[in-house]
Design a protein around this ligand. Structure first.
Ligand code: HEM
Length: 244
């Protein structure tokens, strides 16, 4: 904060701390220094573990399903090449990669139990009463595996997200970032990270399991807020040396 105070130019907002300094003493300025630190902590805590766990799930599914990995790499090579810097705007041009990321997010659901809430009053939903002050745990995992919404939900099938015109299907029971006013505020950043990291990694590397892919464990462990994959070993080859 001290460094920002010393180097800040009035009206120029370089980052979140500058924004905090700008609003002090203004009519709508309600953010205290303590709240600002808490928000920065929340963003780091909620924004780092989720994205890295998301990538661990993606690499795990790419080595468990090498055919899917080959199809993703082939689409990347054909559409944007291996030597370009991928942009988020390339997403629509790479439907198979996007569908694969969606399918990993659906089947693994790292935010399986979302975050707990509490009912402020008695609420009735579908004839069932949720009493005031109940703890409510939204179960995103079960929505992602609901047999009435998904055909064979236990099967890993990126194709379920692609329509006949090769556009991505927006499925109503797919919400890895949750829904409603308390949904993940990092959704856009998270989506961007998953896409850019996955494509960049596949441009450079081929990933292989060191054990038979069928033996890879995809159950996941609820160790804290996120559902994480059990640790696994991956062999990484440079894609530039692969001729296929
Ligand atoms: C693949 C990446 C990510 C996934 C799957 C994910 C998923 C989720 C889910 C399911 C929730 C619970 C929402 C609810 O209670 O309804 C959540 C909350 C949250 N996420 Fe993310 N997230 C991701 C990345 C990020 C990033 C990159 C940031 C920040 C830079 C972030 C910041 C937060 C914060 C601050 C909350 C708490 C929101 C609140 O309680 O109001 N997340 N996230």
């Amino acid at each position: 904060v001290k460094w920002h105070e010393e180097t800040q130019k009035k009206g120029v907002v370089r980052d979140f701390v500058d924004m905090y300094l700008e609003q002090i003493g203004t009519e709508n300025g309600t953010l205290s220094e303590r709240s600002m630190f808490q928000i920065i902590f929340d963003l780091y805590a909620a924004g780092t573990e989720t994205s890295s766990t998301g990538l661990l799930w993606i690499v795990l599914y790419l080595i468990k399903y090498p055919v899917v990995q080959t199809k993703c790499a082939a689409e990347i090579k054909r559409v944007i090449g291996l030597d370009t810097t991928v942009q988020f705007s390339d997403k629509e041009k790479l439907p198979y990669v996007t569908a694969t990321i969606n399918e990993v997010q659906r089947i693994s659901t790292l935010g399986a139990l979302s975050l707990p809430r509490s009912s402020l009053e008695d609420v009735e939903i579908d004839g069932k009463v949720i009493p005031k002050n109940s703890v409510i745990i939204p179960h995103i995992y079960s929505a992602h595996h609901d047999k009435t919404e998904w055909q064979k939900p236990e099967e890993f099938k990126p194709e379920r997200f692609i329509d006949k015109d090769r556009h991505i299907i927006k499925h109503k029971a797919f919400y890895p970032f949750s829904i409603g006013p308390r949904a993940c505020p990092g959704k856009q950043l998270g989506e961007m990270e998953m896409f850019i990291f996955t494509v960049s990694l596949l441009q450079e590397f081929e990933f292989k399991s060191v054990i038979p892919p069928d033996d890879l464990d995809i159950e996941g462990l609820q160790t804290g807020v996120t559902l994480v994959p059990a640790s696994y070993t991956v062999k990484v080859n440079s894609r530039h040396k692969i001729t296929h």
